[in-house]
Design a protein around this ligand. Structure first.
Ligand code: PLP
Length: 418
């Protein structure tokens, strides 16, 4: 595609790259599971990867491939694979690329379900070290001769610790370790993932990219920076032709075709519509989150606010270097001891009590008793999640209305106390 800046790509990439029929500006949603071939030799050739095409929509469909092309273009990668959910993208990638006896280093601040998945793979003989990824020394100390991968989130959910992405990227590059990065909190618009040398980007499409709470999806983008020729877990079947495609081929075959968490064509279409307004939404979301964090940080009803855009955040300087267009839409708060968190959430009327993030609407929930409940008290302590922590995912409403909702909730509870 002719060089376009990111925001222009968001609205033109589908049309320019995929060239839909009849001058359509969106690739059509094609629901066919099977594909007819007039000459059976063509069917055989597509099966064997000698020709491009689709044979069965669990492995690929034009709708999924079109979305993949666009998402890959945004991150400047060498290819992408979409999945039914963000968790499917993560689990399929790990299960395709790792083997019993491998070691990986992961963030001790992982999202609850991802953390739970790590326990699953530990059961399959993959050893996992959980470290403070804000500190490159801790990451380096944890690496061993059999370390295959380092995995973290850009900004941790919910306490917003910012990983030392540049340090990890440099270390992985010099030690030939895969750097897999969950970029759900800061998709393309906010982070230049190639600049910090990430190898694989794993992003939940359900969050900011889809953006409207109406579709689940996940994507893996290969940035092309990792040397697959030096990765001994690639099966000989997939060590063919372009080396840059080896990892993706194995993930497409083992992670998508064999495990089967395929993104449905209608879902691919919904994600691609959401994607068009990603920058606009994120601009508003980041501005609203910054304003809400500022308001909360000076409120007498609040003990602590966690948001990388606040100067007092421990990794604020790093966050400023990494995220040039804003610090994302998630912040967390601990209310002062007198305010009961459930009563506060119930008192909010515009803000919705719900588990989700990256939506157009502002959402909040108590993190310890919901998403991170299963992790247990000890694990939560390491993650910095107190029992009183409330996670807020800021939406695109007018900031006056968001602040007014918090104001009235504080006022209600403070009056109740008198
Ligand atoms: N990664 C992060 C950081 C998340 O917050 C989530 C979901 O909340 C996921 C991955 C999983 O995404 P999905 O819900 O699409 O499976």
């Amino acid at each position: 595609m002719k060089k376009l800046a990111l925001d222009s790509k968001l609205v033109h990439a589908d049309r320019k790259i995929n060239k839909p029929q009849f001058g359509a500006v969106h690739e059509a949603t094609n629901n066919s599971v099977l594909f007819e071939f007039e000459d059976v030799q063509d069917l055989v050739d597509v099966f064997q990867g000698k020709k491009a095409g689709h044979v069965y929509s669990r492995s690929s469909s034009s709708s999924a491939v079109s979305l993949q092309n666009v998402l890959n273009e945004l991150d400047g990668g060498v290819g992408a694979v979409v999945f039914a959910t963000g968790m499917a993208a993560i689990s399929a990638t790990f299960l395709s690329l790792l083997r019993c006896g491998d070691h990986i280093v992961v963030s001790q601040y992982l999202f609850g379900n991802t953390r739970s998945f790590m326990a699953t793979i530990e059961g399959f003989g993959i050893s996992v070290s959980y470290v403070d990824v804000t500190d490159i020394n801790k990451v380096q100390e944890a690496c061993k001769a059999n370390t295959k991968m380092i995995f973290c989130e850009t900004i941790a959910n919910p306490v917003t610790q910012v990983s030392d992405l540049q340090g990890i990227g440099d270390w992985c590059e010099s030690h030939n370790i895969l750097f897999a990065l969950d970029n759900t909190m800061t998709p393309s618009v906010l982070l230049d993932a190639k600049a910090i040398k990430a190898s694989l980007l794993l992003t939940s499409l359900t969050k900011y990219i889809g953006g409207h709470g109406n579709v689940l999806g996940g994507v893996l983008v290969d940035t092309g920076l990792f040397n697959w020729a030096k990765y001994d877990n690639i099966d000989s079947n997939y060590r063919v032709e372009d080396e840059q495609q080896w990892g993706l081929t194995q993930i497409k075959k083992r992670g998508l075709r064999d495990m089967g968490a395929t993104l449905a064509p209608q879902s691919a279409h919904l994600v691609s519509i959401g994607l068009e307004t990603l920058t606009m939404r994120l601009r508003k979301i980041c501005a609203n989150a910054q304003a809400l964090a500022k308001y909360l940080s000076t409120h007498k009803g609040v003990d602590a606010v966690y948001y990388p855009g606040l100067q007092r955040h421990p990794q604020h300087v790093r966050a400023k270097e990494l995220f040039k267009r804003g610090f994302g839409g998630v912040l967390s708060v601990e209310l002062s001891a007198e305010i009961e968190p459930h009563a506060f959430l119930n008192a909010l009327s515009l803000v919705i009590s719900a588990t989700h993030l990256g939506d157009t609407r502002t959402l909040a929930l108590p993190a310890a008793s919901t998403i991170f409940f299963e992790n247990g008290a000890q694990e939560r302590k390491k993650m910095g999640i107190s029992d009183a922590l409330i996670r807020i995912s800021v939406g695109i409403e007018d900031i006056e209305d968001i602040l007014a909702d918090f104001d009235q909730a504080f006022a209600l509870l403070l009056i109740d106390r008198v």
